[in-house]
Design a protein around this ligand. Structure first.
Ligand code: GLU
Length: 296
């Protein structure tokens, strides 16, 4: 696009697996506000890799809700489900470098093995992967693949971190975090907290983590604004960016809104869905005011 070189690029990247609620409105408005403040572009990306759970009616709901909030975005809107090939290519690159390994284990097998190491959890609170199928020999891998057994590709975290360190001159992985007030802060990325995370799922040829770093780079996103619930994921994203030779955006992780009881809002909280608020007569201005204390 002409005339856009050097302009900051911001994005809102919802997954259409439910209705947007107030938490989403906060993320969208935060990205939008930062784009205005920085004189940047604002993109919408539909993160619909989960073909089993994502639905077209939710995509339409996203467009309606955001337009109602008064936001506009550039066309065409990128839909991740149309770009599985490029996530496959990125995964292949990591695989060719020996950084991914196939894991055929079922959920039940993983859960049983994880019970033997209680207390070890990833930042989402899920049991840390207990290393099943790490180091399967080539013959067994080929046999299982030939039998058509489904498998995920997991990152060999230790090896990946060592490789990334080597690529960054032995330095710790880090990223720059921005707050509206205050100077940029250097944050240490801690991808090891995720263990041997799934990079390519069994059911679709990518994971959230892989698709998000590939697309942020492809779309030239310079500032990633998203909730603090994804802050720990940024550590893993930095690792993937280094390994794939992708640029590092700046990050702003906004506070999460809570309801009056201090509980995090979830997609199932009907009373906070933007569509029902709209139907019950709320105005976009009222939503903005309700979120004002969280907007930075
Ligand atoms: N698609 C993710 C979600 O809806 C957000 C991705 C991101 O902002 O990096 O939670």
């Amino acid at each position: 696009m002409t005339g856009d070189a050097g302009r900051p690029v911001l994005r809102f990247a919802p997954s259409p697996n439910g209705e947007l609620h107030l938490g989403h409105a906060l993320s969208a408005l935060t990205g939008w506000m930062w784009a205005q403040r920085l004189g940047g572009r604002f993109l919408l990306r539909i993160e619909d890799i989960d073909t089993g759970r994502c639905r077209e009616e939710f995509v339409r709901g996203i467009f309606d809700d955001l337009a109602w909030l008064g936001l506009s975005w550039e066309e065409p809107v990128l839909r991740q489900s149309e770009h599985f090939d490029r996530y496959r290519a990125a995964a292949r690159r990591l695989e060719d470098e020996g950084l991914l390994y196939p894991c055929f284990a079922t959920r039940a097998e993983i859960a049983a093995a994880a019970r033997a190491q209680p207390g070890l959890t990833d930042p989402d609170g899920a049991p840390l992967y207990p290393g099943l199928h790490k180091g399967l020999d080539r013959g067994e891998i080929d046999e299982r693949k030939a039998r058509g057994e489904p498998f995920a590709l997991r990152i060999d975290m230790e090896k990946a971190i060592a490789r990334a360190r080597g690529m960054s001159g032995g330095q710790d992985l880090d990223y720059t975090a921005l707050d509206a007030a205050g100077p940029p802060a250097r944050m240490v990325a801690e991808p090891q907290r995720w263990g041997d995370a799934v990079i390519v799922r069994k059911d679709v040829p990518t994971s959230y983590h892989l698709a998000v770093v590939v697309d942020d780079a492809l779309q030239g996103v310079t500032h990633v604004t998203r909730g603090k619930d994804l802050e720990a994921a940024t550590g893993l994203h930095r690792l993937l960016q280094v390994l794939l030779g992708l640029p590092a955006p700046l990050y702003h992780h906004h506070a999460l809104i809570t309801d009056e009881d201090g509980r995090k809002l979830s997609k199932s909280a009907r009373d906070t869905a933007l569509a029902s608020l709209r139907r019950s007569g709320a105005t976009a201005e009222e939503i903005r005011q309700r979120l004002a204390r969280f907007l930075a």
